[in-house]
Design a protein around this ligand. Structure first.
Ligand SMILES: [Zn+2]
Length: 1015
């Protein structure tokens, strides 16, 4: 220890006196400075201590490096309290010390009240004196260093240092939150300095980090490090899990690979072309076999780069569906090529998948062009509400204007029939592109929900071209072309007034039309029509809702939709996609969405390769049978006549139409094979969950197949057919009961239904509330007609009907099946059929009404009937004297913009069964929105008993100019309830109507009536 007394110590700052006292036995003062001064040659200890405002300058990066070299060569640097904030360059805030990390080993200056305790390293150094030396323990608010990145805490908390040491090369930095005026603490500091000056002790207590050997490059194991100062991402966490190492801090004097995340100084030094890069594009580069660049043009792009790097080189996968589908392969070292260079940009320039929990791995979202709902931005109500009423829509003969706060009561679109449009477009474009310079589209899509101007000129425009806004879009495009020639006008072809391809209009070539995929014509055929009138830029707005959100079937169609994307991307160069996903579960959705997300980034990716990758990673040994299982699901899906419009069967039973009993057998067999093969515990867990979920969907499908089979029956001609029908009815009800009473453990439910999407409360209970897909209701539509045919057959053969059904009822299994069988004998009994619908043929218009069932219902002209329509849109209800099935008139719905219905309320008795019949007629055929449908909903004492019509009857095309009789049967809820008979209509133009007449609702079964045996 000799010679320490001669160590030269140099002091900077106005608060050094107590340090000098503390260190007088181990050093001699060589120099004093008022301002922070780099130590001169020969100095061993540098103490920087300042209190209060500092008038000098902070070090520049060069000086920081020199100071670091002083320590690296064996110096001891002591820093006091807030001195680091004065001495070093700072980051974004006063507390941000990240530029000084190489010296401090901490990113932040801290000030607060944390509880100071002796940390393990403190005990190791000071032994039994440690508690005594920690004078911070009883202190109140005080300074310290936080966000540690190399600094070892002696006193403090694991995350915040009161006293800490940062080893650098042959020397060390000491940070102390207080000065040594307390003799006890002075003794501690002197001891610490003495120890750190001893090379052997320094090495023993603060060993230099060695290579983690986490990279294998060209056959050599190297240290893998993440450069300091980069963007915070998942990189260190995933690498740690994959490689089993806990630190990726750069280490000096070892061979290392340094990963630069975001625009670090090294990345800047490469001079990469970020200017021309897509806003969400990124670089993955290694040019020198030592430095790797993962950097996007924006922060999201950097996250995408990190995910892509992990995907390519670490085997990392974060398939849609959360942690359960995250795969982090374990390995000793990351194998990296010495050179690689990727400049990544997406095929689909603007991509939004809403709502999903799978962002960065899917490289979603990347919105650079919005085409939806923004047209009202053209005339800000606050700016023009008072001065320019003519900019706003004329609806029902009145200008709709904003209130005093500039707010509107409902959705609206501007009037397009005044002279200021060019000026307004220019103003809007200037404002928009100033705020969103990276976006390439000026959003001018109509809003969601009507509110279009009905002034004479606007209506004339709609009548002339079929699209109220097309010629305005041309005008906007011409304005844009002058000032923003590289941008486009973007809009969604949506709603009654803006979706039609305009007649007699040639569209400008700087227009992007986002086409919705809904209805009888698929999006790509619509693109063709727009292309013919000059449109050169396209977007796709599609709907891929999941099982649990209006679907009980798996939604699996990666080839069908993926190949359509590929083909049509080539044909129409689709530039934007907005996809409504709304997942409630990812169990079936995950592989399809993985493929679609990958294609949206790289449209040339191979679907087969992507799927192989998915199934191998997710289902391990069971990959092959699981791929077959899913392929079979897609095979069934592809039988749909409108498979390219994935949303056409949303909430509708036709989503199950293509399944057969044979399909279920096939699927069961693949699943059984998968279970036999699977070994990997994670894969087995995923498989078990899929099986659980599939069990539920399978019951719905089985029920639907029974219903469809019953529907096919034309005429019954043999006893064996009677038996077959009875068996189908029983099987159908058994499946329905299975689905209605399906259970999952809380753990299963939590993993199958993930929070997020449209609603947070995705659950089995919510699944069961999907009323329009309610299995019993779907079955009953076809049970009664089929059994009716059995009854007819029994009658013609002179058989005993009551006996036949009593026997069927005895073996029914389910109460509902029993009721269905006994209905047949019940309707044969002597009884008076009473029509429960009041004013059933709309002849009475005396204005008698009852209290309304819902606040948004309105009394109709015909007594005891009411109406409902979508707010701030047009729906015309009227008594139709042109058409009557009986009497002099019928009830009709005329022009209808969004939605509306004529409604009757009928009281029901619990568990009784009813038959509804009515006549319908339309004066036009299907105009692209179907022919409309009737729905039945139930209200009980506590309010609605369902979430939509469980029972519905679709009007067939035959009702064009001809009265058609339709009927359906249903079972009343278990409690006293009111049925709402809701006669709807499709969207209809002026002059089109749908008429209803002779509505009848009769009871066809009553479990309490005599003659009905109870089980
Ligand atoms: Zn107008």
């Amino acid at each position: 220890m000799s010679g320490f007394a001669a160590s030269k110590a140099e002091y900077s700052g106005n608060f050094t006196v107590n340090f000098k006292k503390a260190f007088q036995g181990i050093s001699e003062v060589s120099e004093n400075h008022k301002e922070y001064t780099l130590p001169s040659p020969g100095t061993k200890i540098a103490v920087w201590a300042h209190m209060g405002g500092y008038s000098g300058k902070a070090l520049n990066p060069d000086e920081v490096e020199k100071l670091r070299n002083f320590v690296k060569d064996g110096g001891i640097l002591v820093l006091y309290a807030s001195t680091p904030t004065n001495a070093f360059p700072k980051g974004k805030t006063q507390f941000d010390l990240s530029p000084a990390v190489p010296v401090l080993g901490a990113k932040a200056y801290a000030y607060g009240n944390w509880k100071s305790t002796v940390q393990p390293k403190g005990t190791e150094i000071f032994g039994s004196d440690a508690e005594k030396y920690n004078i911070f323990a009883g202190q109140a608010r005080r300074p310290g260093l936080g966000k540690l990145d190399g600094l070892t805490v002696l006193f403090g908390t694991p995350d915040t240092a009161d006293l800490g040491v940062m080893r650098i090369g042959k020397g060390a930095v000491i940070y102390t939150g207080t000065d040594p005026k307390d003799p006890v603490y002075a003794e501690a500091l002197a001891k610490l300095v003495t120890i750190l000056l001893d090379e052997k002790e320094l090495d023993r207590l603060f060993p230099l980090q060695k290579s983690n050997g986490a990279v294998l490059m060209e056959g050599k194991k190297l240290h893998l490090a993440i450069a300091t100062g980069g963007q915070k991402t998942i990189l260190p966490d995933i690498l740690a899990q994959s490689l089993g190492k806990d630190s990726f801090t750069p280490v000096e004097d070892v061979d290392q690979i340094l990963i630069h995340v975001g625009e670090t100084p090294y990345v800047k030094s490469l001079g990469l072309d970020f200017q021309s890069l897509h806003p969400f594009g990124y670089y993955m580069i290694c040019r020198d076999g030592r430095n790797i660049v993962l950097a996007g043009k924006n922060r999201a792009g950097t996250n995408y780069a990190v995910n892509d790097f992990l995907k390519r080189f670490a085997g990392y996968r974060a398939y849609p569906g959360g942690k359960l589908y995250e795969i982090i392969p374990k390995q000793d070292a990351l194998k990296l090529p010495a050179k690689f260079e990727f400049r990544e940009e997406p095929s689909i320039k603007s991509y939004n998948l809403v709502f999903t929990n799978n962002g960065d791995f899917a490289r979603n979202p990347r919105m650079t062009c919005m085409a939806t709902h923004a047209l009202s931005e053209l005339v800000p109500p606050a700016k023009y509400g008072k001065t320019h009423p003519e900019y706003f829509p004329l609806i029902g003969g009145k200008r709709r204007l904003p209130d005093d706060k500039g707010k509107f009561a409902g959705p609206w679109n501007p009037c397009m029939s005044h002279g200021d449009l060019e000026k307004l477009v220019e103003e809007y474009a200037d404002d928009y592109f100033k705020k969103h310079p990276d976006n390439f589209g000026l959003p001018l899509g109509v809003n969601d929900g009507g509110g279009d101007c009905q002034c004479e000129k606007c209506v004339a425009e709609l009548n002339r071209t079929g699209n109220q806004y097309a010629r305005f879009y041309n005008l906007a495009a011409r304005v844009l072309a002058k000032k923003y020639p590289e941008k486009v006008v973007s809009f969604i072809a949506y709603g009654r007034t803006a979706s039609a391809v305009p007649r007699g209009v040639k569209m400008e070539n700087n227009i992007l039309v986002e086409v919705i995929n809904w209805g009888s014509v698929n999006a790509y055929e619509r693109m063709e029509q727009w292309k013919k009138i000059g449109v050169r830029h396209f977007g796709l707005y599609d709907y891929i809702y999941s099982a649990g959100s209006g679907y009980v079937t798996p939604r699996y169609f990666p080839h069908t939709i993926g190949n359509a994307w590929k083909e049509n991307h080539k044909k129409y160069s689709i530039e934007t996609m907005w996809l409504e996903f709304y997942p409630s579960s990812y169990v079936f959705e995950s592989p399809r969405q993985y493929v679609l997300d990958e294609l949206a980034w790289n449209i040339n990716a191979d679907i087969g390769v992507l799927l192989k990758d998915y199934f191998r990673n997710v289902y391990a040994e069971a990959a092959e049978p699981m791929e077959k299982f899913f392929n079979h699901l897609e095979e069934v899906y592809s039988r749909k006549p409108d498979a390219l419009v994935p949303m056409n069967d949303w909430k509708r039973p036709k989503q199950m139409k293509e399944f057969t009993f044979g399909d279920l057998e096939q699927l069961d067999a693949f699943l059984a094979e998968a279970k036999k093969r699977v070994k990997n515990p994670d894969a087995a867990k995923r498989l078990a969950l899929l099986e659980k979920y599939y069990g539920l969907t399978r019951l719905h499908i089985e029920n639907s197949i029974c219903s469809n089979e019953l529907e096919k029956i034309q005429k019954v001609t043999s006893d064996s057919e009677c038996r077959k029908i009875v068996e189908l009815v029983k099987r159908g009800y058994a499946a329905a009961a299975g689905a209605e009473h399906y259970t999952m453990t809380p753990e299963e439910e939590k993993l199958i239904f993930l929070p997020g999407g449209y609603t947070k409360d995705n659950s089995l209970a919510r699944w069961k509330k999907m009323s329009t897909l309610h299995p019993t209701a779907l079955l009953e539509i076809n049970v009664d007609p089929a059994l009716g045919k059995v009854t007819e057959y029994l009658k013609t053969k002179g058989k005993n009907i009551a006996e036949f059904y009593a026997k069927a009822a005895d073996s029914a299994g389910q109460e509902a099946a029993r009721a269905a069988f006994l209905t047949q004998s019940y309707v044969q009994t002597d009884r008076e059929e009473q029509n429960l619908v009041r004013n059933p043929s709309f002849e009475e218009v005396s204005g008698k009404h009852e209290s309304l069932a819902a606040s948004d219902h309105t009394p109709f002209q015909a007594s005891f009937w009411s109406t409902w329509c979508f707010p701030s849109s047009v729906t015309r209800f009227f008594i139709n004297k042109e058409a009557a099935h009986s009497g002099k008139q019928s009830a009709s719905i005329g022009e209808l913009q969004i939605g509306g219905a004529i409604i009757s309320y009928v009281k029901l008795e619990p568990k009784c069964r009813y038959r509804l019949s009515f006549w319908v007629r339309r004066n036009r055929g299907d105009e692209g929105f179907g022919c409309g449908q009737l729905g039945i909903r139930f209200q009980g004492k506590s309010g609605w008993l369902d979430q939509g019509s469980a029972v519905s009857v679709v009007y067939p095309p035959e009702c064009e100019n001809k009265w058609v009789r339709l009927d359906t049967t249903f079972t009343a809820p278990d409690e006293p309830a009111t049925a709402l008979l809701i006669f709807g209509a499709p969207r209809q133009a002026e002059g089109v109507w749908t008429a209803f007449d002779d509505v009848s609702l009769v009871k066809i079964f009553d479990p309490n009536q005599a003659g009905v045996k109870k089980k």
